[in-house]
Design a binder for this molecule. Structure first.
Ligand code: SAM
Ligand code: SF4
Length: 333
């Protein structure tokens, strides 16, 4: 299994399928000028499926989340999902997407074995969407979500990031809308993972701000015993139930102690954390032709060694914190 020196076991694998995207969310990507990974550097579909197979059959991974960049831009996505669904034991599989193109692919993804989707939507106002993502695609996202729900990719979870001066006042409206549509809403605190390195702790909207804003319209009570385990989202029951809302306070209330994640980038690097500054190159091991490409057992050993070196926390609170070189879009959120 993927154990680290703090006794954590990684069972949740995030697989980035591409660093490319059809939106340019301000908290993630610059308007232009970001260098894409070169095609030969990307893992092939076969290499991705092989690594997921090793993770699932040899390393105890039970949960696979496909992400990016925008994973729906990966031409082989449906085939990758289908091949992973045939693995023994079968992992639970979900997809984090901006929803553009989901209308077209939701049914095929469901048929291939995908269990669920998380769709990112930060605003109900098309003009704010255009400012936030620098593209006029609000309607496509709403259509994509509805198609996912209709295809049975449920529960459809909605990820929202609030940005000062843009959509910071929208938390209650987003929650009312999500409850009406039957989606599960989660707010994510903005993290320092933008390509422009423009994040400022002072200006960010915190979990505290979000809860305060929601409480102007709803009564929130902690779900269950209030313990979130390894789940990053703290969940709240809305107005006595049955709906809930989640808040992922990665910055102000980090959940590193219970982290169960391991990450694979589109170019075959293992990252132990979103904020890791070191990576382990599995692609080189897969492709090395001298003396011969690594066996499954050798790849598994490299992966275990990488996770053994996982740091205690993100380091966000450390004065020496350095933002990783890769932006969120190239790590896989
Ligand atoms: N393109 C897909 C999408 O937007 O859902 C998948 C990749 S995206 C990097 C995954 C998630 O990360 C999205 O929900 C997005 O809102 C979130 N995200 C991106 N940059 C972020 C940041 N700097 N802080 C917090 N969340 C961020
Ligand atoms: Fe693209 Fe997702 Fe990043 Fe937005 S958050 S730019 S949709 S990768």
């Amino acid at each position: 299994m993927l154990l680290d020196t703090y006794g954590r076991i990684a069972t949740d694998l995030r697989v980035s399928l591409t660093d490319r995207c059809n939106l340019r969310c301000t908290y993630c990507m610059p308007e232009e000028g970001l260098q894409w990974l070169a095609k030969p550097d990307l893992l092939t579909d076969d290499e991705i499926v092989r690594l997921i197979r090793i993770a699932v059959t040899d390393l105890g991974v039970t949960e696979v989340r496909f992400t990016g960049g925008e994973p729906l831009l990966r031409p082989g996505l449906v085939g990758i999902v289908e091949r992973c669904a045939a693995l023994e034991p079968r992992p639970r599989m979900s997809l984090t997407t901006n929803g553009i193109g989901l209308k077209r692919t939701a049914a095929a993804l469901r048929a291939a074995g995908l269990d669920r989707v998380n769709v990112s939507l930060d605003t109900l106002r098309p003009e704010v969407f255009k400012t936030l993502t620098r593209r006029d695609r609000h309607h496509d996202v709403l259509d994509g979500m509805a198609a996912a729900r209709d295809a049975g990719l449920t529960p459809v979870k909605v990820n929202a990031v609030l940005m000062p001066g843009l959509n910071e006042d929208e938390a209650p409206d987003l929650l009312a809308w999500a409850m009406e549509e039957g989606y599960e809403l989660r707010f994510i605190e903005q993290m320092p993972l933008d390509a422009q390195h423009g994040w400022k702790r002072d200006g960010m909207i915190t979990a505290g701000d979000i809860l305060e804003s929601l409480r102007t319209r709803f009564t929130l009570t902690p779900e269950g015993d209030g313990e979130r385990g390894s789940a990053p989202a703290e969940r709240w029951v809305v107005d006595g139930g049955p709906h809930t809302v989640g808040v992922i306070a990665s910055v102000t209330r980090p959940f590193c102690r219970a982290c169960d994640r391991t990450r694979l980038t589109a170019d075959g690097q293992i990252r132990t954390c979103l904020f890791a500054t070191e990576e382990t190159d599995l692609r080189a091991a897969l492709r090395a032709d001298a003396p011969s490409p690594a066996s499954d057992a050798a790849v598994a050993e490299l992966w275990k060694k990488a996770m053994w070196g996982k740091k205690a926390g993100s380091g966000l609170d450390d004065p020496s914190f350095l933002q990783p070189d890769r932006p969120m879009s190239a790590i896989g959120g």
